[in-house]
Every structure is written in structure tokens, then in C-alpha cells.
Design a protein around this ligand. Structure first.
Ligand code: PHB
Length: 391
């Protein structure tokens, strides 16, 4: 008898203690971790603005839950990302983590998402293998092989026979180098030289000189978003723009945030990528207009679209789970999701949790006096080639 009474009392205490948690259940906290300072601050600024715009346009309530967005600055340092992820889960009861401006930052959060069993939406980073590091990772950004392989295909069809690759020396750069080179050489192209430039404080000048000495038809470049303007300046200073060597790459180098200030040297640069602010669709026109209006004329880039779609995915998943925030239920709801993004039709591959999207071939041109990546070709429904190539 006595022990039954105690059990009942413990039950009542537990119920009392549980009450605040129940009240808390009315809110879904999303921890958005981004580099708001440092060399990748442009990614932080773009992603934050886009996530906030999505909430402003769609309301801060979904399936009976209030959405609370907490933005944290990891300064681009992986140990800070990990600590912030732990704090967001432990102290703020975040039910979803999102953001991650560089591959090492997305990787640093993966064990936290796995331990907490909550979704980690990778809305910025692009190394192919990231999604394999946790069953709770879903990507709304892009993968480098997704753009690098189509860029090589375009070269093969357009008389480019000899290329020097120049990439930033870490995950996405190595992916870009590998998938461009492998696709290009398989089709009969020649890679004269593969150059890797450090991520920290890059000085492109000596590397560009080395590339020029080979007299290739083109230099294929990957630099992460935020570094394109410095690269372009040095490309001109080393005289490559006047050398007849074409500049090609994944679209990170002519990113829409920096492109307007790059000057006429950027004219004619051909890139393959998943998003251009000049994409001609009603969804994109509405997105660009609303984004520019809300952000003092700032043009959205591909990072902004990654975060906007990250929020769209979260809202859709919560609708499907009827507001339930169980991580496994949310991940199940995200698999196979598909919708029309400002970038075009996209979906989440149910097997890999990675994004499937159209890749566009674009050329920098002036539109109404401003530099834009003008799309002139497209390959629909591109899956990450790295994962698609695995048995
Ligand atoms: C990455 O670190 O994964 C990354 C960052 C910026 C980009 C592309 C990839 O533009």
C-alpha cells in the first residue's frame, strides 16, 4: 500500500514538474547558427535576412505552434559552432538547428544533432559527404559536384580543351576540383594543372601566375561565397582578363552578393550553379523584390535561397507532423518534400536527404546597367553526383 502511495505522489510531482515543459511545447525554437562576422559574414547576413523574410511572409505560427528563431554568430569557427549548437539544444530547447556557412561548421554540429535526435538543416555548406555524417542532416543548399560536373560538360561541348583548376583547399574545393577534372578528362579534356589555395588569408596572385604560365583555354575556379571579389581583383591585376584565358567555375565566384561591385572584368564569366537573382520566374521575381525591399536594396544570393528554402522545408514538415516536433517524425516528413523555390523546382531525395535541383549554365552580363548571372542553359533534377555514383 505504502509504495503505491509513493508512486502516486511521484507521479503528481512529475506532472507538476512537466507543466512548464508542456507550456514550452507551444513554441518551436529554431537555432540558426551562422558566421555573422569574419570572412564569411556575407553568408550570415544573407541567410539571416532570408530566414526572417520567410517568417515575415508566412507568419510566425505553423500547425498550431509558434516559431521562434534564435540567431547565433559562430564567427566561422567550428569549436564555437559546436558549443552554440549544444547551448541551443540544452538551454534554449531548440528543436531544429539550421545554417552553417562553411563545411567544417556543418560537420561540427552533426554529433550534436545526432545525440539530440533533432534535424540539422544544412542551408549553406556544399561538400557532398556532409549529409552522410548524421541521419538527422537534411540539405537545402547545394553540393559542389552538382555544379562542377555540368560545368565540365559545357566545356567539352564548347571547344575548351585545356584547363587549369584553382580551388580553395578544403572540402568543397576538393569536391569541385575532383568532379570537374574527372568529368572533363573522361570526355577527352586535358587538365594542365590542379592548384589549391589556402582558405585562410588567400593570396591568389602567385597561383594565378602559375595558371597563366600554362596558357590554358580556361581557368576553372572555386572559391567560397564571400571571396569572389578578391579573386576577381587579382585575376585582373595578374593580367589574366587580357590574356585570352577564359574564367569559368561553379557560381560561388560570381555570387550575387558581391557581383554588383566586381566591375566589367567579370563580364563573360561562365559558371554553373543552382541560383541566380536573375532567374526568370514569378516566384523568383517576387522573392528578389521582397528581399531587396526588406534589406535596403541588398540582392539575394544562393545562400539566401538556401535559408529561405530551409524555412519552407521546416514549415512543410511541421504541417505534415501536425505540429509534432519529434526529430524522427520531422525527418520522415522532410524526405521526399518538393516545392517550387525561387531557384526553380526542388526536392529532398528521400534516400540521401540531399537536395535535387536544376543546375543552370550562366554568363555574367549587364542587365539594366548591372552585372548579373544570366542563365542560358539548364539541366533539370540534378542529384548529387557523388552519392549517385556510389553502388
Ligand atoms: C562550404 O564550406 O561548404 C561552402 C562555403 C561557401 C560556398 C560553397 C561551399 O560558396
Amino acid at each position: 500500500m505504502k509504495s503505491t502511495k509513493w508512486t502516486a505522489r511521484i507521479g503528481i510531482c512529475a506532472a507538476l514538474i512537466a507543466t512548464p515543459a508542456l507550456a514550452d511545447d507551444a513554441t518551436v525554437t529554431i537555432g540558426l547558427i551562422l558566421p555573422m562576422t569574419g570572412p564569411s559574414a556575407s553568408t550570415g547576413k544573407q541567410e539571416r535576412a532570408a530566414a526572417e523574410l520567410y517568417i515575415q511572409q508566412h507568419g510566425d505560427a505553423v500547425a498550431g505552434k509558434k516559431i521562434s528563431l534564435i540567431v547565433k554568430d559562430d564567427t566561422g569557427a567550428a569549436d564555437v559552432t559546436k558549443r552554440l549548437a549544444e547551448e541551443l539544444v540544452g538551454n534554449d530547447h531548440a528543436k531544429i538547428l539550421m545554417g552553417f556557412g562553411l563545411t567544417p561548421l556543418a560537420l561540427a554540429a552533426a554529433p550534436v544533432a545526432t545525440a539530440a535526435k533533432i534535424p540539422e538543416i544544412v542551408s549553406a555548406a556544399g561538400t557532398a559527404m556532409i549529409t552522410e555524417k548524421s541521419p538527422y542532416i537534411v540539405r537545402t543548399s547545394f553540393t559542389l559536384p552538382q555544379s562542377a560536373a555540368p560545368m565540365a560538360e559545357w566545356c567539352l561541348k564548347n571547344g575548351i580543351k585545356k584547363v587549369v583548376t584553382l580551388v580553395t583547399d578544403y572540402g568543397p574545393g576538393i569536391d569541385a576540383e575532383k568532379w570537374f577534372s574527372q568529368t572533363f578528362t573522361k570526355g577527352g579534356g586535358v587538365i594542365a594543372q590542379q592548384i589549391r589555395v589556402p582558405l585562410k588569408n588567400p593570396d591568389f596572385a602567385p597561383f594565378l601566375q602559375r595558371a597563366k604560365d600554362d596558357a590554358p583555354d580556361a581557368v576553372f575556379v572555386f572559391v567560397p561565397s564571400g571571396f569572389g571579389a578578391v579573386f576577381m581583383k587579382e585575376f585582373v591585376e595578374q593580367g589574366l582578363d587580357k590574356s585570352g584565358i577564359k574564367l569559368i567555375g561553379t557560381g560561388d565566384v560570381t555570387d550575387d552578393d558581391l557581383l554588383p561591385q566586381m566591375g566589367d572584368a567579370a563580364l563573360g564569366v561562365v559558371t554553373a550553379h543552382n541560383y541566380s537573382a536573375a532567374h526568370d520566374s514569378p516566384e523568383n521575381k517576387a522573392f528578389v523584390a521582397a528581399f531587396e525591399k526588406a534589406n535596403g536594396g541588398m540582392r539575394p544570393n544562393f545562400m539566401a535561397v538556401g535559408a529561405y528554402d530551409g524555412m519552407a522545408l521546416i514549415y512543410q514538415a511541421l504541417e505534415k507532423t501536425k505540429g509534432a516536433t519529434d526529430g524522427d517524425a520531422l525527418i520522415a516528413a522532410m524526405k521526399g518534400a518538393n516545392w517550387t523555390s525561387p531557384r526553380g523546382p526542388i526536392s529532398i531525395d528521400p534516400e540521401t536527404r540531399d537536395i535535387v535541383q536544376t543546375i543552370y549554365v550562366r554568363k555574367v552580363e549587364k542587365v539594366d546597367g548591372q552585372l548579373y548571372n544570366v542563365e542560358f542553359g539548364s539541366i533539370p533534377a540534378v542529384k548529387d553526383p557523388y552519392k549517385a555514383s556510389k553502388p
